[in-house]
Each structure stands twice: as C-alpha cells, then as structure tokens.
Design a protein around this ligand. Sequence first.
Ligand code: CTP
Ligand code: MN
Ligand code: MN
Ligand code: MN
Length: 392
Amino acid sequence: QTEEADVMLLSVPSYACQRKTTLQNHNSVFTDALTLLAENAEMEDEDGRGVAFRRAAAVLKALPKAVTSMKQLNGLPCLGDHCQRVIRDILENGISSEAEATRQSERYNALKALTGIFGVGAKTADRWIRDGIRSVAMLRDSGHALNRAQLAGLQYYDDINQPVTRAEADAIGDIVERAVASVLPGAQISLTGGFRRGKLTGHDVDFLITHPEEGREEGLMPKVVSWLDSQGFLLYQKTMRNSYLESKDGPARPPSSMDRFERCFSIFKLTTEQKQEALTAEAPTESQHPESQMKCGELKETGHAGHKPWRAVRVDLVVSPISQFAFALLGWTGSKLFERELRRWAGYEKAMSLSSHALYDNVQKRYLRAASEQEIFAHLGLEYIPPAERNA
Ligand code: CTP
Ligand code: MN
Ligand code: MN
Ligand code: MN
C-alpha cells in the first residue's frame, strides 16, 4: 500500500459544540497523553495551557479513525506545535516522553495525590508541597489545619477516589427521588453530568431538581438536605443558597463559569443494601440476564465480612426554577470542555452570552427563552447534539 492511499483526509469543525463526540475514542493513545498534560497544566494553575491540551485531545476524540501519520493532521483545528510534537513522539516512539516524564515526576504525583482530596485545589496543594507535604499520609501526619470539606475529603479519601458505577448512581438516584418526593411532591429530578452522557463510571453523581410550577422550588434544597440528613444518608454536605437574583453583573454573565443556583456539594453514605434494592426494584425480571447477575456478584464481593458494608459517594445537587431548567440541564450535563466551547461559540460567533441560567443576545439586547436544550442549540445556530455525543 502506498503512503498516499494510507492518508485519509480528516476534517472536523473547530468548536467542540459543532461536533459529535461519543465515548468511542479511536485515538486514546494520543488523548491519554494530552489529557495528562492538560491535567498537569491545570494543577499548576496554567489554565490557558490546560485548555489548549484539552481542545487538542477533543479534536482527536472526534475523529472516526486512529491517526497513523502526521500528514493526517493537516487542516485539523486546535493542534499547535506543542501538541503536534506530542503526537509525533507517540507515532515514532510509541509513547510521549513529555507525558511519561510528567507522569513520573515527584511534583505531578504530589499534586495529583493532594488535589485528589475533596476540598483541595491547586493553590492549597502547591502551598502544602512547599511545606514538604507530598502525600496524603504526610498530610495526615502533618497536623496542618484543615477545613470541614478537607477533613471529610481525608476521612473518605479511598472511597471518593474509587469510581462510582452506574448501579451506584441509580441507587443514589432512588434516595434523592425519595427525599424530593417527601418534601415537595411533584418536584422532578434529572440525572446530569457524565452519567447523562452515557459514561459507565464517574467521580460523582450529579442531579438537577426542579418543579413544573415556577417558584415552588424556592427554598427546596435545605428541606431535601435535612430529610437526607435525618435518614442518615449524608456524611458531609455544604449547601449554597441561590445568589442569582442578588447578582449585579447580569445573570448571563457570571464572573466565572460558576452559576448561582441553590446547590449542595455532598458526600453520601450508600449501603450495599440500598444498592441491592435499587437493582432489584428497577429490574425485577433482570435476574435472567447474565449482566445483572454479574452486578449482583460484584455487590456481594464488596459487602463481605471484613469490609464495611457501605461506601462514601460524592453527590452534587442543584435546584433550578423551571424557567431556567433547559439552561441548567445543558450547563450541568457537560463535558466541561463542551460547555466551555458552547460559551465560546455563543460569545465569539453569535455575540450572545450563555450561562446555566440564561442566553442573552448582545445585539438585540434581550434574553432568548428556551424550554428545551434543542431550542438553545437552535438559538445558537448549532445542530442539536444529544448528551451521548457531548463527550468532548
Ligand atoms: N459544573 C458546574 N459548576 C461546578 C461544578 C460543575 O457548572 N461548580 C458542571 C460542569 O461544567 C459539568 C457538570 O457540572 O458540565 C458536571 O461536572 P462534573 O461532575 O465535575 O463532571 P462530569 O462530566 O460529571 O464527570 P465525572 O464523571 O468525572 O463526574
Ligand atoms: Mn505550548
Ligand atoms: Mn459528575
Ligand atoms: Mn459534579
């Protein structure tokens, strides 16, 4: 076969929100390296570099085939010199020497371990490393003052760093469903985040809560939280009230990508029993399916003597009024890069400001209403991309 025949012409549009990105990734050997470099840049507080690596990885994730030669990169967006060097290295040597050197560096490993603690960001990790703390064990022994979130993060470190399965997410969903139904009948909950995009595991479980009657959702979060707490489901929670109405800088333009909904960052206590109940309640006839038998087997494993019969799971809860629901759903479904690209597209290509609350047209000087995600994509002049294809 000639080299010419080997070169497939690849082309993708430049914004991630213009492309369909499924979980099927033909270029993981490249995207793993670029993602590690992105992660490292983010932990070093170099967000610009981090985004550049993430954009490059997202372009490769959207390709229909594995890249086999540098020529195929011609005309692809978001691949700067640095990223091309990483890709060439992998094509020629099988690995990226830069990614490998990073993976093995003491600093990267210390940053990864410390920012892996719930409640610890890049700046805190850096400060601790300068104090000579390079691991979770060293932090435990250091006697450093920790805030409530960090204490919980340390206490449940192993559980929180173990991926959450879909079965566990469904079991948490049942509990949140019960909580919401008992404090506000008629309220609706939606699974958002990675699980809505079809991921099989996640670092947490994300839910969006609303009520079909505008205003009925006000003050809902504290009630849901106290119900959950009274039933012993919460190991940790921090609730933030809605600050959207008080904001002065305009609802569609929050100072960061952070929104202002009533929200709760929490750690749930999920027992093996609850997990089992969720499985049997949702699929009463599924015992004939080999897949569900496998899941039950796994559950037995984790529940056997010597192990604690429960695990800690990170859960994010958000409450939105129905009038903002479509924006909140779109904003909390992710991926983070997809969201970032949607906002960039809105601003640069459409002169609009998109947030998890609203879409503002800066030319017409008015808010554009939407009752569904489809309507928001239409306002933005984008083809609708379903959640399973937002895995940029
Ligand atoms: N999000 C947000 N504000 C935050 C945290 C998260 O708007 N303070 C949004 C993110 O932009 C993302 C969604 O919530 O769209 C889910 O975030 P996260 O749970 O961090 O990521 P997932 O995509 O769910 O991935 P994972 O499976 O690792 O949880
Ligand atoms: Mn560079
Ligand atoms: Mn998530
Ligand atoms: Mn989350």
